[in-house]
Design a binder for this molecule. Structure first.
Ligand code: C2E
Ligand code: MG
Ligand code: MG
Ligand code: MG
Length: 292
């Protein structure tokens, strides 16, 4: 009996595993096709300058229009792109697409719009990022000052000398660099003074309870003050409530981003919002209604 049960459990387990690895393989193949079939799209979430209340730029966020599945969230496919190395190709596409959009907004007369792009650690370390960025800037004839790369702490920490060299080359192009999800990775504060960076992005995890959790309030305050002492600008992500905005304003945070102002929008809707010249109430969807 016990033996049978064990065998059944084993059979069930392998069937389950096979189903899982098949689904995974399916997803990988679909992602490979997605690149060739142009199924990725960039959404743009406004950043707001706290002092003026004006839109100071946008963060480009990738979505996958998977046929038969609706919009797929990057949280579900970026890790797979990273594990398979496909992120390098997709990352190149993202940089190109964002530069193209900066160019189109400029020509449409709603610009200049400053756009930040998320860069994976793998993309950073595979090499050639500087050449890639330069090519995109030249191809779309945009001012390099309008492009910003968002890097995470963990992707900057593996080899300091090499990292500094790459960052210097990127900065020499005229673009700016920010540290995304600041405070959540393995970072050494010593690097902040050695790395040529422009901005810290306070992670949503600290912003969420900034008005109710004294520890989060202290951390946010410390990041703002430290950033300013180091002559860095500071932006908070994930702002959803009045009280969060008030706290950030009171303590001198430079910029904010979050559903309070707007969800990430398709390019044309972002453009409409800019033409309107004022902040909108949050629309219904962030373009990812469906999960995988
Ligand atoms: P991230 O760079 O930290 O981007 C911020 C995420 O928070 C976005 O999720 C955004 O939609 C979401 N968000 C913005 N405001 C709020 C808010 O008020 N409340 C809440 N709860 N969430 C908010 P999204 O678009 O799903 O992207 C998730 C992550 O996927 C990004 O985190 C980034 O790490 C990665 N990602 C997105 N696009 C790209 C890309 O083009 N390349 C790479 N390598 N990674 C990307
Ligand atoms: Mg980001
Ligand atoms: Mg972030
Ligand atoms: Mg984040």
């Amino acid at each position: 009996r016990a033996k049978d049960a064990g065998r059944d459990a084993f059979r069930f387990f392998t069937t389950e595993m096979n189903a899982q690895s098949l689904a995974r393989l399916d997803l990988e193949n679909a992602l490979r096709r997605a690149i060739d079939n142009d199924e990725f799209v960039l959404y743009y979430q406004p950043k707001v300058h706290i002092g003026s209340g004006r839109v100071s730029g946008a963060e480009a966020l990738i979505r996958w229009q998977r046929p038969g599945h609706g919009m797929v969230s990057p949280a579900l496919f970026i890790p797979i792109l990273e594990e398979t190395g496909l992120i390098v190709k997709v990352g190149t596409w993202v940089i190109n697409e964002a530069c193209g959009q900066i160019g189109r907004w400029g020509r449409a007369g709603v610009g200049p719009v400053h756009v930040s792009v998320n860069v994976s650690g793998i993309q950073f370390f595979v090499g050639g990022l500087e050449e890639e960025v330069l090519k995109a800037i030249e191809l779309h004839a945009i001012a390099p000052e309008l492009l910003e790369l968002e890097l995470t702490e963990s992707s900057l920490m593996s080899n300091a000398e090499e990292t500094i060299a790459v960052l210097r080359n990127l900065k020499a192009l005229g673009i700016s660099i920010s540290i995304d999800d600041f405070g959540t990775g393995y970072s050494s504060l010593a690097y902040l003074k050695r790395f040529p960076i422009d901005k810290l992005k306070i992670d949503i995890a600290f912003v969420r309870e900034v008005t109710s959790n004294p520890d989060d309030a202290a951390i946010v305050l410390a990041i703002i003050n430290m950033a300013h002492s180091l002559k860095l600008r500071v932006i908070a992500e994930g702002v959803e409530k009045d009280a969060q905005l008030a706290y950030l304003r009171r303590h001198g945070c430079d910029e904010m981003q979050g559903y309070y102002f707007s969800r990430p929008l398709p390019g044309p809707e972002f453009e409409q919002m800019l033409r309107g010249g004022k902040m909108l109430a949050p629309p219904a969807s962030d373009g990812c209604p469906e999960q995988l």
